[in-house]
Design a protein. Sequence first.
Length: 150
Amino acid sequence: MKAVIQRVMNSDVQIDGETVGKIGKGLMVLLGVMDGDTKSDADKLVKKIPNLRIFEDENGKMNLSCLDAGGEILVVSQFTLCADCSHGRRPSFIKSAPPEEANALYEYFVAELKSAGISRVETGKFGADMKVSLINDGPVTIILDSEELK
C-alpha cells in the first residue's frame, strides 16, 4: 500500500462540481492499494500517518503529529500510485489491486484512521473522477510504502 502525504492548510475534493470532502489544517493522503495488500498493510500506515511529527511546535520545529496539532485528514483513493513505469512510456496498472479488494482496504483504512483519534476524516469517492484542491503547507510531502514499514 502506498501513500503520498501532504501537510495542508486546507484541502477539498469535488465530483461533478460538488464538494464531497473538505478539511482545514491537516493531511491530504493519496492512497494506492497494491495487489496483495492486506489489512496489515493498512494497519502499518494507520499507525504511522497520524503520528508523523511533521507539524510545527511553538518554536517552529517539526515536533507535533497530526494528533498533537488537532489536524484533520482527507483521504483520496489513487490507483495510479501503483503504476509501473519501468517499460515504455505508458504506465501499467497491473500491480494495483482489483477494484473490489482495493475499495474494501480503502474503506478499512479510513475507518481505522477515524478510530485512531483524528478529529475529522473526510474522503473522496472510490473510483470516481475527482478534482482535488489543496494548499500545501511548507511544502511538506512524504511518501510511504507499507512494505518498507516495520
